[in-house]
Design a protein around this ligand. Structure first.
Ligand code: SF4
Ligand code: SF4
Length: 492
């Protein structure tokens, strides 16, 4: 397949060798599991259980609320010990509502929905409903509810379902191992998703530094007519949806548009595998593969862990810490978030847990900008990070918006190459958050204004109707009085 060039990008030290040859191992059941109600983009789920309840493995314990949300399921059988606030795996460390389950050791399944016998003959809506019911969200880290994304086929003319196996973040090898060890499941899940989307072609894009994954996926796809497995250049951030789409199709996604607007929907390999489990076996998303790595981890591994496992338990399973980490990261080192502590749970979007030494964290004091322009040369979105940061420093968010800060994909490449070690991406994340909040506020006040105008019009109409009714009543009584006077006169 012909590939197309992608603008900018960098080649960080990949450091995948620590875990890439480690086959996936299952974590023994921990003593407690902590399942946050919000593990996805959208509205938090609503708890359906209370302390003291017993639950079966796979049972719905919190239901989705609204169109963009996802339910939560019990990762094992056991007893709910609390529904309470627990620190979230987020840099703020802020607490959020969490269901705590003490496993009973039986790991006994609850009644699950029946498998969909022939998914390719099923109504696409039945597949989307099953994906929604199963609590599946984007497992590449974005955690966007997958059923909502599978609905894009109803609003767009789709050409390609692009399965993202790029895994361009340093250290992370969980997708690589999933493709090597579960290629058939990924291909089957991808075919089911393509059926739900109405996409005629499936392309699986894998960075060419994963030859075993490419070979395994090619073998698994050999008998399927509409699936192509493609090795894409090793170039960070190739795993960004927009850049992978560009490399495969040559088409650029317009600013603030979706890849679906140019005929492509992108899903992660682990998401495809979760869809296979949900449709073929009725199993919800209750575990995931996580890379545990970094120089401070004694034995880096790829671990299949129940959702809700404490990161502390995961690290202990990997031999513990062999030195004091300088940085703890949830995800990869480029786009991941700092972990507030090890006492936070694994969630559906947790692709990696990294404990980096001081040498790996490579932190330096920030210097002044030397106007070298390197950040502009490498930005894969064609932006000018130095100018955007300058506007944001002056609190001129409108200026930053005008030159495209909302098109930044937060890849961190500019921060990585900046010789003055300016944390540019932090400025952009702040600005994007503030602009999104402004936008929400604007939409909220527009809604309030519209409602208030509608109310005024309604009240005016009601008053008008009342006036008209009174006038009609007055006219009616006047005419009755006149008629009665006329009658009186006639009878006199
Ligand atoms: S973080 Fe944003 S501005 Fe910086 S290189 Fe990536 S896309 Fe460009
Ligand atoms: S890379 Fe850093 S020093 Fe160079 S122009 Fe950009 S912000 Fe300034």
């Amino acid at each position: 397949m012909k590939l197309f060039p992608v603008r900018g990008g960098i080649h960080p030290e990949y450091r995948k060798e620590g875990s890439s040859e480690k086959a996936i191992v299952a974590l023994p059941l921990p003593r407690a599991l902590y399942i946050p109600l919000q593990q996805h983009i959208g509205a938090p789920a609503e708890a359906l259980v209370a302390a003291g309840d017993t639950v079966g493995k796979g049972q719905v314990i919190a239901r989705a609320q609204g169109a963009v949300s996802a339910p939560q399921h019990a990762p094992t059988s056991g007893r709910v010990t609390a529904v309470t606030e627990i620190a979230a795996p987020h840099p703020s460390g802020l607490a959020q509502m969490t269901i705590v389950i003490e496993p009973d050791g039986q790991d006994a399944w609850a009644d699950l929905p029946a498998p969909i016998a022939d998914p390719f003959a099923a109504d696409p809506q039945a597949i989307k409903d099953r994906v929604a019911q199963s609590g599946i969200v984007g497992m590449g880290g974005a955690a966007f509810p997958s059923a909502v994304k599978l609905n894009l086929g109803t609003q767009h003319e789709l050409e390609i379902l692009l399965i993202n196996g790029a895994e361009c973040e340093p250290y992370l090898t969980c997708d690589d191992r999933v493709m090597r060890e579960h290629a058939d499941e990924v291909i089957d899940g991808a075919r089911i998703m393509a059926h739900a989307l109405g996409a005629p072609r499936i392309v699986i894009g894998i960075e060419s530094n994963k030859p075993q994954a490419i070979a395994a996926m090619t073998r698994a796809a050999a008998a399927v007519a509409n699936v192509e497995v493609v090795g894409v250049p090793v170039q960070y951030p190739m795993g960004s949806e927009r850049h992978l789409t560009q490399a495969i199709t040559g088409r650029e996604t317009p600013a603030r548009k979706l890849t679906a607007d140019i005929g492509v929907v992108v899903h992660n390999v682990a998401t495809a595998r979760a869809v296979h489990h949900a449709v073929r076996f009725g199993r919800p998303l209750i575990s995931r593969v996580i890379t545990v790595s970094g120089g401070a981890i004694a034995e880096p591994k790829n671990v299949e862990a129940p959702i809700g496992t404490l990161i502390f338990d995961l690290v202990v399973f990997c031999g513990g810490l062999k030195s004091e980490p300088k940085r703890l990261v949830n995800g990869g080192p480029m786009m991941g978030q700092p972990l507030p502590s090890l006492e936070v749970p694994v969630v559906k979007g947790t692709s990696g847990v990294l404990a980096l030494t001081a040498a790996e964290a490579n932190e330096h004091p920030t210097g002044p900008c030397i106007r070298c322009g390197t950040c502009i040369t490498i930005c894969p979105c064609g932006l000018s990070p130095v100018e955007m940061a300058s506007y944001i420093r002056k609190d001129n968010l409108d200026g930053a918006q005008k030159i495209g800060v909302q098109d930044c994909v937060s890849c961190g490449s500019c921060s990585y190459v900046c010789p003055s070690h300016i944390p540019l991406v932090h400025f952009f994340n702040y600005a994007k958050g503030a602009l999104a909040a402004q936008d929400r506020e604007r939409r909220r006040s527009d809604r309030v204004k519209t409602l208030s105008e509608a109310r005024t019009i309604r009240l005016e109409k009601a008053a008008e109707a009342k006036r008209a009714a009174m006038a009609a009543r007055k006219a009616q009584s006047a005419s009755t009085a006149a008629a009665s006077t006329a009658d009186d006169k006639a009878s006199a």
